[in-house]
Design a protein around this ligand. Structure first.
Ligand SMILES: Nc1ncnc2c1ncn2[C@@H]1O[C@H](COP(=O)(O)OP(=O)(O)O)[C@@H](O)[C@H]1O
Ligand SMILES: [Mg+2]
Length: 335
């Protein structure tokens, strides 16, 4: 797969206005002499969930902090709801919900006291009641519990309750489910999905590919300060290619005499063949052609070859590429 710097919808960033909630154009961000973000561009439509995936240190949190108005953009342009998050912080802040990667709570307060304190601090939070906030993240029965007694996952859910207290138009979630057990993670996905249904725009970072696969309308894979892959989940996964695998019960020597021409090409692709003592394994990666029917075309070729050669394709399997395949390729190729 080709790996290159990708600018997402650059025309829309340049043309701005209309329905974009988040616009990032050519953003560079430095810490001293180290360039953590190296010219990224992407945009997020209103009501959309955009997932920023990436390795540790890719620059995801740095990007979030610029969008949240905590850091001045080094170079390039950013807009949130059409406003400059650094210069127009005051106007923008009440319209944004923020879940930081690392949250700080006061351990001696109870859950209810924490929500109440937060409600007092954020100008627009009065509309949300404590009960509603805790019900949203399934912590009603923990209202009187001290924050320090919560599990890591429960603290994270309290974080989320606070981030959405003021019913923000744009929600920034920096690794919202890190440290959660699978059940809490699924519950959190439900909360995020219900916020989406209400029209909230969400920018999410995550290490969990499954999370992005479930939630994201569009996603970008970031590595070492650059965006390398961008698209809808389907587009990105389609680029991973389908994998067709099978075994033939022949040794390497037998394969040579029985198939002097080698194994067939499928849509121009040669297989990757590995040999064991009594069989060989063939793997084809299909990444050209239409994702909807390329596997069927490949099967046709392989089955007719199998008939002609009088050999059985054992353990024949077609597997759709996964987001993990793409992720590993991006990270692997750049290294
Ligand atoms: N305050 C800082 N000072 C210096 N370097 C930093 C600072 N914050 C982050 N970095 C570096 O910038 C890079 C990007 O970090 P970050 O945006 O936190 O990545 P991510 O959230 O994708 O893991 C990393 O190499 C990190 O070490
Ligand atoms: Mg981070």
């Amino acid at each position: 797969m080709e790996t290159r710097q990708i600018n997402c919808r650059p025309g829309e960033v340049a043309g701005r206005g209309h329905d974009l909630a988040i616009e990032v154009g050519g953003l560079h961000q430095r810490y001293g002499s180290f360039e953590a973000v190296r010219g990224i561009s992407f945009s997020v439509r209103q009501g959309e969930l955009f997932a920023l995936l990436g390795t540790n240190g890719a620059g995801k949190t740095t990007t979030m902090e610029v969008l949240e108005g905590f850091a001045k953009p080094g170079d390039g342009q950013v807009r949130v709801l059409g406003l400059d998050p650094w210069r127009q912080r005051r106007a923008l802040r009440p319209r944004m919900g923020i879940l930081h990667q690392d949250a700080g709570f006061i351990g001696d307060l109870t859950v209810a006291e924490t929500v109440d304190m937060w409600r007092g601090m954020s100008a627009d939070a009065g509309r949300g009641t404590i009960d509603n906030a805790l019900a949203l993240v399934d912590l009603e029965n923990k209202a009187k519990t001290k924050v320090r007694q919560l599990s890591g996952g429960q603290k994270r859910r309290l974080d989320l309750a606070l981030a959405v207290l003021a019913r923000p138009e744009v929600l920034f979630l920096d690794e919202p489910t890190t440290g959660m057990d699978p059940e809490a993670r699924v519950a959190t996905w439900r909360v995020i999905q219900s916020l989406r249904t209400e029209g909230t725009t969400v920018l999410l970072t995550t290490h969990y590919l499954e999370e992005a696969e479930r939630l994201a309308d569009h996603l970008a894979i970031m590595h070492e300060g650059r965006i390398h892959t961008y698209g809808t989940v389907d587009e990105v996964v389609a680029a991973a290619g389908d994998q067709v695998t099978f075994r033939l019960a022949v040794s390497a020597a037998e394969a040579k005499t029985r198939f002097p021409q080698g194994l067939p090409f499928v849509a121009g692709n040669a297989p990757l063949v590995t040999y064991a003592a009594d069989h060989l394994q063939a793997v084809y990666t299909l990444d050209d052609g239409h994702p909807g029917d390329r596997a069927q075309a490949a099967m046709r070729t392989l089955l007719s070859w199998s008939d002609q050669s009088g050999v059985t394709l054992e353990r024949l399997e077609v597997r759709r590429g996964t987001l993990e395949d793409v992720f590993m390729r991006v990270v692997g190729e750049v290294r």
